[in-house]
Design a protein around this ligand. Structure first.
Ligand code: ADP
Ligand code: MG
Length: 256
């Protein structure tokens, strides 16, 4: 197997992205490099407008980098792939489709057998506490429930890599905390590699094995932190000295 060839292993090498705007170039990210082992959970933190979403879109194959290369599972990313799922800030569900039909939507896109995925869809809904709402339409869901549906939909294809772009930012603080705990539970069970963009330091520390801090635009990697807090993580942990030490270190790094 090639270097970095195992499923879900991510290698980002010297990646830069400059957008062409009216004959001008807007340099969004510059020489970003990192590697992520299969099944790892990486948090990406940076100021607003620094290039975090750009980086995720490059990983998703929705844009191509101007320089450098990205490998997922040993293969160069050249476009969107079934093995990579993305969760955005708002889930964009089809309003006329039930919860379960929304979760199964990617299966139709990839022209796969719906019944073969039904058991997985039901299990995902059960894990996220949505089973009893499977036949509801999205208009009857709270923001947190809708985002859970989005998460189930992202996981229905058993992706190697799950990309999340500030997925809980639109939720109230309490729901947001619950979603973090739930995401970790789902991740422990399904073990996709996760790259999670946020501008909440506490959220990044709570969820991640590692946190990468990006500079203001053009984003470069300022520093990488290993978050060696024990798992499973519980919300009470956020009161611990260890947790708050990580937050303080990262805050200082971002302020620089
Ligand atoms: P973040 O997600 O960290 O807030 P983005 O990746 O969305 O940042 O944007 C980084 C920079 O790139 C911003 O200055 C933004 O204006 C610019 N940018 C993002 N998308 C485009 C685009 N499609 N065309 C031109 N410039 C863009
Ligand atoms: Mg963004």
């Amino acid at each position: 197997m090639a270097e970095g060839g195992s499923a879900g292993h991510v290698v980002v090498r010297d990646v830069g992205k400059t957008y062409a705007v009216d004959g001008d170039g807007i340099e969004s990210i510059r020489q970003v490099s990192f590697e992520l082992e299969r099944g790892g959970f990486l948090g990406i933190l940076g100021p607003s407008g620094c290039g975090k979403s750009t980086l995720l879109m490059l990983l998703a194959g929705l844009f191509s980098p101007s320089t450098g290369s990205i490998l997922v599972g040993g293969t160069g990313v050249a476009g969107p792939r079934r093995q990579t799922s993305v969760v955005f800030q708002t889930p964009v569900l089809f309003p006329w489709r039930s919860v379960i039909a929304n979760v199964l939507f990617p299966v139709e896109i990839f022209r796969e057998d719906r019944t073969a995925h039904l058991a997985r869809a039901l299990k995902l809904l059960e894990t996220t506490g949505l089973l009893e709402f499977k036949d509801r339409l999205p208009e009857h869901l709270s923001g947190g429930m809708a985002q859970r549906v989005g998460l189930c939909r992202a996981l229905i294809t058993d992706p190697e890599l799950l990309l999340m772009d500030e997925p809980f930012s639109a939720l109230d603080a309490l729901t947001r905390d619950d979603m973090g705990v739930e995401l970790l539970r789902v991740w422990e069970e399904y073990r996709s590699t996760v790259i999670f963009v946020t501008h909440s330091i506490r959220e990044a520390v709570f969820l991640s094995d590692r946190v990468i801090v990006l500079s203001p635009r053009p984003a470069v990697v300022v520093r990488e932190f290993s978050i060696d807090l024990p798992r499973p993580r519980r919300l009470e942990m956020q009161e611990s000295a260890e947790f708050n030490r990580f937050c303080a270190l990262i805050r200082a790094c971002l302020a620089r």
